[in-house]
Write a protein that binds this ligand. Structure first.
Ligand code: B1M
Length: 212
């Protein structure tokens, strides 16, 4: 197989969650000495493709999770090569579900999409206080902070968190999302960005940080 064929096949294997095939193709690409950036782009393209289908309701959560697992296993093969080549994650993202809210399935999907786009992701879990967001964003030097809320009753906690992050003077961009969150709510509470689903969050991050 030619190099581009291997990478195209890798993208397709990730998109369709064919984990063993993806890992084998990743190993073949590494053995063939493909440029690390191209291999990384091939992985990201697979996640972007399944994310696009998910946004268009042509793919569903299990397919995104299967693709993410294939991406994670292939990434493990690629990681040492990236380290040797001095390729580091583009951005650091801190993410969590806001205080009082224990829902994490959507938040985990967002974290996976970011990982698939070569962002270092610090996942704070659920029921995260504003203070914990501030501390983690400072400790990890976050470029972007993601807040998730699944209940109308925890939207005030999202607002409090954005306000606290602003008061702390952090430079990181803040993106919010979750079923009851709208773009107008996001604007009203002073967030930098809003995404309606896990695929849109990658597009929104790129809009806010064009180098990404
Ligand atoms: Co709960 N729950 N729940 N629940 N639960 C909802 C959210 C609810 C709408 C159900 C209902 O009443 N119809 C309702 C909220 C009503 C409201 O708004 N006020 C509700 C309730 C009331 C509750 C409890 C209070 C129930 C009770 O105990 N009486 C309780 C709350 C506990 C708490 O949080 N303190 C509770 C508990 C639970 C379970 C533990 C049983 C379980 C959560 C398991 C888990 O997350 N590990 C659960 C579940 C599964 C749901 C529903 C059924 C599904 C949520 C989900 O995972 N969706 C939900 C009803 C529904 O949505 N049909 C419901 C799939 C997921 C992929 O979608 O999370 O929307 P979603 O994420 C999307 C987008 O929103 C977006 O991208 C994701 C992927 O596309 N997104 C972001 C999410 N975060 C983002 C961040 C971004 C950008 C995009 O940027 C950073």
């Amino acid at each position: 197989m030619r190099g581009t064929d291997t990478l195209d096949a890798l993208t397709a294997a990730i998109e369709h969650g064919r984990r063993d095939e993806a890992v084998a193709l990743m190993r073949a690409a590494v053995a063939a000495g493909e440029p690390p950036r191209k291999m990384l782009d091939a992985l990201a393209a697979g996640m972007a493709d399944v994310g696009r289908r998910f946004s268009n309701e042509q793919a569903f959560i299990p397919e995104v999770l299967t693709a993410a697992r294939a991406m994670k296993r292939s990434m493990a093969v690629l990681e040492p090569v990236l380290v040797d080549a001095g390729i580091r994650p583009e951005f650091t993202a801190v993410i969590g579900t806001v205080q009082g809210d224990l829902h994490d399935i959507g938040k985990n999907l967002v974290a996976m999409m970011w990982k698939g786009s070569n962002y270092a992701v610090v996942d704070l879990g659920t029921n995260v206080s504003p203070e914990t967001f501030i501390e983690a964003a400072g400790d990890y030097g976050a470029d972007v902070i993601g807040l998730s809320s699944l209940m109308t009753t925890t939207l005030p906690a999202m607002q409090r968190t954005v306000r606290a992050l602003r008061c702390a003077g952090l430079k990181a961009r803040i993106i919010v999302g979750g079923a009851p969150v709208t773009s107008s709510f996001a604007r009203r509470i002073g967030a930098d960005g809003y995404a309606k689903d896990a695929a849109a969050v990658v597009r929104e991050t790129r809009r806010l940080m064009p180098a990404g």
